[in-house]
Design a protein around this ligand. Structure first.
Ligand SMILES: Nc1nc2c(ncn2[C@@H]2O[C@H](COP(=O)(O)OP(=O)(O)O)[C@@H](O)[C@H]2O)c(=O)[nH]1
Ligand SMILES: [Mg+2]
Length: 297
């Protein structure tokens, strides 16, 4: 249990803590968390599960001390949403951690469209199909704490079960994604088993069954732009305090794209995220960019 002296400071998955009391782990043992070590990284989201109340829009720490965000996206069924991936990339920049794109269901569709969209980024990725071995992924997870995020149905539980069979995550069921604030941030850390013949720490994965997306209301427009490293260089030519919106006639991002130095879809996605931060996004298709493969195609 948390000691009273921690005050309102919350303990989250990934925290390293100091304990006093009975740390034997025996049934009925009681220990208190008296100290939270300084965090190496903090992955945050603005809770957007309830836009109407102040509490619902609170910024929350999701995971502490993570090294990497594994963005799990299916190549089909459901189709990939680059708007979601872009949002996750902003979250990794904000948290100071590395992204890894994990493209599942590679047996159903090829990765060309998604990888083409990210051609200008050095975005590491792995392809997952039911019959492929997971050696490449395991190598990228070794020695690190990795947080897995993805929409429902992308094969996240299937993947977690392949990596950590004893985790027995429920497959094919929609996880707790209720609108209630108690279901929204549950995360669980799972220790990866040592691979036969491998040395060193195999790492940890953090499954986030209730997290549908990253609300970015707490991220500044400038930080948001750093989630788009292919665009950020253009803004040295922007007027001071440029809002980078389409309405700003002197925003240098338009000329940058017109000169072919970045993909117009990336600029559109950045501006869509900007708009969604101020509540102007399209609520019907929050994370789909034009050009994303359509459902069923
Ligand atoms: N074809 C194909 N189906 C997959 C793959 N991975 C998962 N599935 C199926 O996709 C559905 C959703 O998987 P699940 O792991 O529950 O997704 P989650 O909601 O992200 O946890 C299940 O029917 C899985 O059997 C894959 O690589 N290829
Ligand atoms: Mg699942």
């Amino acid at each position: 249990m948390r000691a009273r002296e921690l005050g309102r400071k919350s303990v989250v998955v990934g925290d390293q803590v100091g304990l006093v009391g009975d740390t034997s782990g025996a049934a009925g043992a009681l220990a208190r968390i008296v100290r939270i070590a300084e965090r190496r990284s903090v992955l945050r989201r603005t809770a957007d599960d309830d836009e109407t109340t102040a509490e619902g829009r609170l910024e929350r720490v999701v995971v502490a001390n993570a090294d990497q965000l594994v963005i799990v996206s299916a190549l089909a069924d459901p189709p990939p949403r680059t708007g979601f991936i872009d949002r996750c990339l902003v979250a990794t920049y904000d948290a100071g951690i590395e992204p890894l794109l994990c493209l599942t269901k590679a047996d159903l569709a090829g990765p060309e469209q998604v990888l083409g969209y990210y051609a200008e980024l050095e975005l590491p990725y792995v392809l997952i199909r039911p019959d492929s071995d997971l050696d490449a992924l395991r190598a990228l997870l070794a020695g690190r704490v990795s947080v897995l995020v993805g929409h429902s149905g992308v094969g996240k539980s299937t993947l977690v079960n392949r990596l950590v069979p004893e985790a027995a995550r429920a497959v094919g069921t929609v996880s707790a994604i209720g609108r209630g604030r108690h279901t929204s941030t549950s995360a669980v850390a799972l220790r990866l088993p040592a691979a036969p013949g491998a040395h060193g720490d195999p790492g940890w994965i953090v499954d986030t069954p209730g997290i549908r997306s990253f609300g970015l209301a707490h991220v500044s427009a400038e930080s948001l732009l750093h989630g788009f490293p292919d665009l950020v260089e253009a803004t040295v030519d922007c007027p001071p305090n440029c809002p980078h919106t389409a309405e700003e006639a002197d925003c240098a991002l338009d000329a940058w794209v017109a000169a072919g130095r970045a993909d117009a879809r990336r600029l559109a996605s950045y501006r869509r995220l900007l708009a969604s931060r101020s509540g102007e996004g399209d609520p019907r298709e929050p994370e789909r960019n034009p050009g994303d493969p359509l459902a069923g195609s």
